[in-house]
Design a protein around this ligand. Structure first.
Ligand SMILES: Nc1ncnc2c1ncn2[C@@H]1O[C@H](COP(=O)(O)OP(=O)(O)OP(=O)(O)O)[C@@H](O)[C@H]1O
Ligand SMILES: [Mg+2]
Length: 366
């Protein structure tokens, strides 16, 4: 096992800078997820760590060792890709054993490791089959097993579940977590799926356009996003954003105002940065921090008149699209809520959960 460190890594392809000054550390034994939209540089970061690409500037460390210019085979890592290719003419056993044979591992040691991995991944009864005789999920497990038998210091995984159907993905997700709890090997796991990131990562590094936005445990990302990008990327449906004015009244209380919407900001949500008395802000509120009051019992400072546009019923919960002046916000409500399309009522904000962002820099102000 080993820690991993990116030390101010820059990667350019010609004139295109794909990673800007990437600096972060993965702790020994940690399951770290690298998440971000398509094209943000996740695979490139992983390929640099694996040694499949050369850095333009900066250094990469695995444990105490600087590996920046070491070839892949000397880095003691194993990588699982989205498109894993098993050898079609070999049995599962031989697929698992192949890498070890190449390295000249003694036969008895190979047998011991393959048996152990097959037991861990539920492949014991499949060892004599060929890949074409396996389901997609079983093949996926063989690909994973091939990485595990090598007993590397770090696992790198690039969207390893994206070829699986939805059910199998959820199942394999849990299997991977159980496996990590047992092996305690450092994992760097890449995905563009924020649900996968939230459910799997001990900590999550959010990347956008080649820049690290925030690195934190899932709950910190969710409750205290560092900027508007992270706030909008983590969580589904996404956080609602409204443009507003932040003003102080004569008693010093802070309000966010946009037309009929007037919310009083609780003291603990006051901006932590020095702000002028009046300024433009972007207000963020998550769908579950809104409630619907059909009879319009309004509380000053926390509610606004609204009209229901559309209701998406999901069973345990429903998503109500609410028209609020010029804006539409989405509220996540219990499935049995009495909300009908076109109904007029009141939307209540849990103001203790309001987020404020700077419209220019997009940084969090709360
Ligand atoms: N060999 C290359 N030459 C030139 N540009 C490249 C090369 N490899 C990647 N890029 C560019 O670098 C950027 C980041 O690519 P990368 O594959 O790291 O994205 P990603 O975050 O893994 O995206 P996805 O979620 O779609 O897999 C993209 O704009 C891509 O076009
Ligand atoms: Mg990729």
């Amino acid at each position: 096992m080993a820690s991993v460190r990116f030390d101010h890594v820059v990667k350019r392809f010609g004139s295109l800078t794909v990673l800007h000054d990437l600096a972060f550390e993965v702790q020994d034994g940690e399951f770290l997820v690298l998440v971000g939209p398509s094209g943000c540089g996740k695979s490139t970061a992983l390929r640099l760590l694996a040694g499949l690409e050369e850095v333009t500037a900066g250094e990469i460390y695995i444990g105490e060792r600087r590996v920046t210019h070491l070839p892949p085979k000397d880095r003691d890592i194993a990588m699982v890709f989205q498109s894993y290719a098993l050898y079609p003419h070999m049995t599962v056993y031989d697929n698992l054993a192949f890498g070890l044979k190449l390295r000249g591992t003694p036969r008895a040691e190979i047998a011991r490791r393959v048996e152990a991995v097959a037991a861990t991944l539920g492949l014991k009864d499949l060892l004599q089959r060929k890949p074409r005789q396996l389901s997609g999920g079983q093949r996926q497990r063989v690909a994973l097993g091939r990485a595990i038998v090598r007993e590397p210091r770090v696992f790198l995984m690039d969207e390893p579940l994206s070829n699986l159907d939805a059910n199998l993905r959820v199942q394999t997700r849990a299997e991977l977590l159980r496996l990590h709890q047992r092996l305690r090997t450092t994992v760097v796991y890449v995905t563009h799926d924020q649900v996968e990131a939230m459910t799997m990562g001990q900590r999550i590094a959010v990347l956008n356009a080649g820049r690290l936005q925030q690195l934190a445990p899932p709950q910190v990302l969710y409750d205290h996003p560092a900027n508007r990008f992270v706030a909008g990327f983590i969580g589904s449906p996404a956080m609602n954003f409204l443009e507003a004015e932040l003003t102080a009244d004569e008693r010093g209380a802070l309000w966010v105002v946009n037309g009929a919407l007037r919310l009083q900001l609780p003291r603990e949500r006051s901006p932590h940065v020095e702000t002028p008395r009046e300024r433009a802000v972007v207000v963020g509120i998550r769908p579950e921090d809104l409630t619907w009051l059909p009879d319009g019992e309004a509380l000053p400072g926390t509610t606004a008149p609204a009209r229901v546009e559309v209701v998406e019923y999901l069973g345990a919960e429903l998503l109500a699209h609410l028209r609020l002046g010029e804006h539409t916000v989405i509220a996540r409500l219990p499935g049995e809520s009495a909300v009908r399309p076109q109904a007029v009522g009141t939307v209540a904000f849990n103001t203790a959960k309001l987020h404020l962002f700077d419209p220019e820099s997009e940084r969090a102000l709360t």
